[in-house]
Write a protein that binds this ligand. Sequence first.
Ligand SMILES: NC(=O)c1ccc[n+]([C@@H]2O[C@H](COP(=O)([O-])OP(=O)(O)OC[C@H]3O[C@@H](n4cnc5c(N)ncnc54)[C@H](O)[C@@H]3O)[C@@H](O)[C@H]2O)c1
Length: 330
Amino acid sequence: MTIRIAILGAGRIGQVHARAVASVPGAALVAVAELVAEMAEHMRGQFGCDIREINQIAASDDADAVVICTPTDTHADLIEQFTAAGKAVFCEKPIDLDVERVRACLQKVEAVDGRLMLGFNRRFDPDFMALKAAIDEGRIGDVEMIAITSRDPGPPPYDYITRSGGIFRDMMIHDFDVARWLLGEEVASVQAAASVLTDAEIGKLGDYDSANVILTTASGKHCMITNTRRAAYGYDQRIEVHGSKGAVAASNTHEANIEIADASGYHRPPLLNFFMTRYVAAYANEIAAFVQALTSGSEMPTTGTDGLKALELAEAALQSIETGTAVRTQ
Ligand SMILES: NC(=O)c1ccc[n+]([C@@H]2O[C@H](COP(=O)([O-])OP(=O)(O)OC[C@H]3O[C@@H](n4cnc5c(N)ncnc54)[C@H](O)[C@@H]3O)[C@@H](O)[C@H]2O)c1
């Protein structure tokens, strides 16, 4: 059985997902919809897929599923359109920037018994999966405290920032999801701090570029998340989980796994520079998981509810900054 997939939006993440679809056994890339003609042509040239309008794809008999890679403010409408058309949907995070809009969208998906997977790729990173497996196998006992470091090498374009919903809804939303996944309990309170430290223009656009959050569960487990839009040494993606019997950590991925020692010290190659290279395996794994869920009829591994819960934590973080206090989420 082959799942025939169309890509909506051939930008940064659309190109990554197109490569994943083309490489996953049991999936075929049949079409792309993209507003910029040259980008659509580029994808057709690479993968031999058709170029179609979004409405044509919704009406196409030869597309079983879509991967939504258009800007965030289009996601909820497209999820509703395609699930109503009977297509399975993989959608990039976030579903929308407004919690009520997300709830309304998920109700519509449920009403048509739609299949929806959210693009929380970090759950599919091989290192983070091994870390989660170590927790689930009881290797570190009960989880007590988590530290998630997530630093981008540089900011996205300013026009992306204005549409993205800001650092919490756009960037830290991944870390909120990872936190929920690893804590194994829902978050009961959120305490946040945020500043503009790296680029004054980001502040003028109403966003922050540096943020730290402490999540606390009802039983008192903590997760600390640190984000910045600038790390001079590359894309810094690390997790450490401390438990009652030990700790497990996933460290950074370098361009090569070597270390050179000389008279001036020990030197390693740079970190993989950004998400397009660092999370290649995760993106391929998440598309494979989507295809597997459709082929087998099993539950989606990351759901619309996961998307909603992560967005609620982003909202609580923003509220915490406004009020200067911890915000209860349960
Ligand atoms: N999971 C991740 O790691 C990750 C990484 C980057 C982006 N994202 C998410 O993916 C989405 C896209 O981000 P991006 O960085 O790829 O943006 P982008 O601007 O590079 O790409 C979006 C593309 O969609 C096209 N587009 C816009 N409206 C369209 C429409 N109606 N029909 C067809 N094409 C349309 C644009 O022309 C553009 O090429 C965002 O929601 C973002 O949050 C997720």
